[in-house]
Ligand binder design. Structure first.
Ligand code: PLP
Length: 445
């Protein structure tokens, strides 16, 4: 490689990425099969029914090998129902990571419960089990785990802690459908799994969500909460039966059948498409193994834990190996090489948002977060150092949907060039801005 060729594009060299992306990043992959399935529902006037959704649920049960699957209008609703399913109510607490999309914890408010934030592990970027136990209080009912950016959380340790304290574990699988933890499917390890199937996620259907569980009580409570029209036929519990016909939650959670129909087609192809994504993403990281400052966010190749779909794939950044070069300046150089997606940061720490500090959503006369709580859980927010600092140590990488080695090599070269030329970049480095990342991953891209 000549000097001119390796010169950074940001400093006048030629770009590493010259190939047109084509459909390399297009997601979901929509074919005539999806169109036909949607049209069938439209032409039959079956948009608001439940029969296609029930078929989609059956597909899901078979895929994840669970007893129950329940379709929702979105992932947020499935998480709210999972919390209700676990018996969470007024004055209760849930624990979730501070680095995640707001819907992991947000629905707790509507149940009169509060959210306690725990820190994340700096490598997996998922809930740190070592920061969990001291946050459990007498009102803690559940831990909500997120398999962040597709990486499985440390489920064995988290399940052991939950068992010891007799509390439930809800898996938020919105980033990681189809991923494995020690050979077990994500969403089936905790007491209940809930997930978004929104069009930007790994398993992308449209606006939709799914809840999966092997626990009959959780299933019935989740169904009774917002699936009023299925109450009569499906709820057997004596405690719930008297309320048949109307939703306990005063909400309506039914999935739109255009989503269920497209979802059935997407699911049919999901494992094969996921395998190709996995191959492409692992190839990208293999090419960067020896580059200082950069580390893959992935499960060890060859292990029986697998990334789920690589949703919003990110990489680790180690500025200390690059003379302290800021991740912002690094990303600027990578973008100049032709990688539009390379932006610093991830989700902002939820505990820093005013919604979780002072907002009085329901007129309690005090912050909603502590409106019904028996302790001021906001005081626990002081001890979340990894969450507070993570945005300067991660960046988005291209989320390849196809294994095209020549293209992937160009993208990897862009990252390699920027990291290896860190000394030239230090001169123009004005440091990181005060805020990097966002509250919403989808809009950011
Ligand atoms: C997207 C997302 C949700 C919410 O799902 P919607 O379908 O958008 O309501 C919940 N949790 C996480 C981690 C998410 O990324």
């Amino acid at each position: 490689m000549s000097n001119t060729k390796s010169r950074l594009a940001l400093l006048g060299g030629s770009k590493a990425v010259t190939a047109a992306p084509g459909d390399l990043f297009t997601w979901p992959i929509v074919t005539k099969e999806d169109e036909d399935a949607a049209l069938e529902v439209l032409r039959r006037g079956a948009m608001s029914g439940t029969e296609v959704t029930k078929q989609f649920e059956a597909d899901f049960r078979q895929w994840l090998e669970v007893d129950y699957a329940l379709g929702f209008n979105n992932g947020t609703a499935s998480l709210q129902a999972a919390m209700y399913g676990c018996g969470i109510g007024v004055g209760d607490e849930i624990i979730c990571p501070s680095i995640t999309y707001w819907a992991t914890g947000g629905p707790a408010y509507s149940l009169g419960a509060t959210v306690v934030f725990a820190d994340i592990d700096p490598d997996s970027l998922c809930l740190d089990p070592l920061d969990l136990e001291h946050r459990i209080g007498e009102k803690t009912k559940a831990i909500v785990v997120v398999h962040y950016f597709g990486h499985p959380a440390d489920m064995d340790t988290i399940m052991a802690i939950a068992k010891k304290h007799k509390i439930k574990v809800i898996e938020d699988v919105s980033h990681a459908q189809g991923g494995l933890y020690k050979g077990r499917k994500l969403g089936t390890i905790g007491h209940v799994g809930a997930m978004s199937l929104m069009a930007g996620k790994s398993l992308a259907v449209g606006e939709a969500g799914m809840l999966v569980t092997n626990d009959r009580e959780i299933y019935e409570r989740a169904l009774a909460f917002g699936h009023y029209e299925r109450f009569n036929e499906e709820v057997k519990s004596e405690a719930l039966k008297p309320f048949a016909g109307l939703p306990l939650g005063g909400v309506k959670h039914r999935m739109h059948q255009l989503s269920s129909a497209v979802g059935r087609v997407q699911l049919r192809h999901y494992e094969a498409r996921q395998a190709e994504i996995r191959r492409a993403m692992n190839y990208f990281w293999d090419l960067l193994e020896d580059v200082p400052g950069l580390r893959a966010h992935r499960t060890p190749p060859g292990s029986d834990s697998l990334m789920g779909g690589w949703y919003a794939a990110h990489g680790h950044y180690r500025p200390e190996e690059l003379g302290g070069l800021s991740v912002s300046r690094f990303c600027e150089a990578v973008r100049a090489e032709g990688v539009a997606d390379c932006v610093p940061g991830c989700n902002l720490p939820l505990h820093t948002h005013p919604l979780f500090q002072q907002a009085d959503v329901y007129g309690h006369g005090r912050p909603t977060r502590i409106a019904n709580a028996n302790r001021d859980v906001r005081l626990l927010d002081d001890s979340l150092p990894v969450s507070n600092g993570i945005s300067s140590r991660v960046y988005a990488i291209p989320w390849f949907k196809h294994y095209r080695p020549e293209s992937i090599e160009q993208y990897a070269l862009a990252f390699r060039k920027a990291a290896l030329s860190y000394k030239e970049l230090l001169a123009g480095d004005t440091g990181n801005p005060t805020t990097m990342g966002g509250w919403n991953m989808f809009k950011r891209r």
